[in-house]
Design a protein around this ligand. Structure first.
Ligand SMILES: Cc1cc2nc3c(=O)[nH]c(=O)nc-3n(C[C@H](O)[C@H](O)[C@H](O)COP(=O)(O)OP(=O)(O)OC[C@H]3O[C@@H](n4cnc5c(N)ncnc54)[C@H](O)[C@@H]3O)c2cc1C
Length: 337
């Protein structure tokens, strides 16, 4: 089988590495090798990623920049402290480059629809939010974001910090990167994130590192709605098919998991698509919740039901999400203000 993969993010890189030796693999990545990076806060629940990286011969611990003990979650005047479960920031670009060592990677090559499809048995759309090969989505929900790498003389918080905006349209994040630096970013459906991020940096007298201002949208549409998942001989993996937990914008591990599902279903497009919908059912519930919450149409009973569902999901998946939160904490977060 000749597998041509567009995009060297977590989904494309992990799929390429896992299939290396079992198929003829080529990866096409639009960034140059020298400047290869990833617009992302590089945070993940290491419990899940450790297993996946081990499968492709890497030791995740060697890429960790900062290991979290707890996560502060702020909403309005409330500040909750949740226990972290393996949450960490890691050197994502270095890991992606190392994972794909030994694979034929065409850097500095931007692909367009029609190019890979005719040169391979299967073309993979792993281009993330851009979804370059698959047909465009009829509807989408994209969260605009902005992020800076910031140095502080005194760190504002001693661990991960997330502040949910009062409009429930998004949040600000402060993710430590080791030493006195952190990613400070924000995303908001109502576009208040840029001033919020700047106020935070100013308040804590952070120094923005040169050329570190980056922005890119995050797809919040869940896999059940980010369809089609395939078209002719092209199949989508990762964020291109909505593998981002909408509540927290977590897409690294979910994107790798879509590649795992594709391999487990033997590249059968129909089983893959139906398995995606089943596996990421909770993402659909979270998507509906944030849509309703941002429109302020979610009342007390809905919130209790959602918090219970989310509590169950987090309990079962804490090592993937990286955070352990109890029902009381979740209800406190989401109850109507
Ligand atoms: C500001 C920000 C912060 C985030 N923070 C986190 C976080 O802390 N933790 C987390 O889990 N998730 C986070 N996410 C989400 C996460 O980064 C993505 O969901 C995840 O990386 C998606 O993986 P992917 O492989 O599907 O796509 P991507 O990581 O987006 O990779 C796609 C690749 O395709 C390449 N590409 C695009 N178009 C073409 C083309 N035409 N030809 C060739 N190559 C192309 C791109 O250069 C890129 O390398 C964040 C996202 C943003 C925007």
């Amino acid at each position: 089988m000749k597998l041509a993969i567009a995009g060297m993010g977590p989904a494309g890189a992990y799929l390429g590495a896992s299939m290396n030796g079992r198929a003829d693999i080529e990866i096409y990545e639009m960034q140059t090798e020298k400047n290869f990076s990833s617009i992302c806060a590089w945070g993940t629940g290491s419990g899940g990623i450790v297993e996946l990286t081990r499968k492709v011969g890497l030791n995740f611990d060697e890429y960790i920049l900062y290991k979290s003990k707890h996560t502060y979650i702020e909403i309005g005047k409330k500040l909750l402290k949740a226990r972290s479960d393996g949450l960490a920031t890691f050197d994502k670009p270095r890991l992606l480059k190392d994972i794909t060592k030994g694979i034929n990677v065409h850097y500095n090559t931007r692909v367009f629809p029609g190019y890979l499809e005719s040169r391979s048995s299967i073309a993979i759309d792993a281009t993330g939010v851009y979804r370059r090969l698959l047909p465009q989505l009829k509807q989408d929900l994209l969260l605009p974001t902005i992020q800076y790498k910031v140095r502080f003389s005194e760190m504002p918080y001693d661990d991960f910090f997330v502040s949910i905006f009062k409009n429930y349209g998004g949040y600000l994040w402060f993710f430590p990167l080791g030493g006195n630096t952190a990613f400070v970013g924000g995303g908001d459906m109502f576009n208040t994130h840029e001033p919020e991020v700047m106020n935070f940096i100013k308040k804590f007298q952070g120094e923005i590192l040169p050329n570190s201002r980056k922005g890119k949208a995050i797809r919040l549409l869940p896999p059940s709605m980010a369809t089609p998942h395939y078209y002719m001989n092209t199949i989508g993996v990762g964020e291109s098919v909505g593998a981002v937990f909408p509540l927290v914008g977590e897409g690294i591990l979910p994107s790798m998991l879509t590649a795992d599902i594709l391999m487990r279903t033997d590249f059968d497009r129909y089983s893959y698509s139906s398995s995606l919908k089943k596996t990421f059912k909770a993402y659909e519930d979270a998507y509906k919740f944030i849509l309703h919450k941002s429109k302020h149409v979610y009342g007390l009973i809905d919130t209790v039901i959602f918090s219970l569902g989310l509590f169950r999901y987090i309990r079962l998946n804490s090592k993937y999400i990286g955070v352990k939160a109890g029902f009381k904490e979740l209800y406190e977060l989401f109850k109507p203000l």
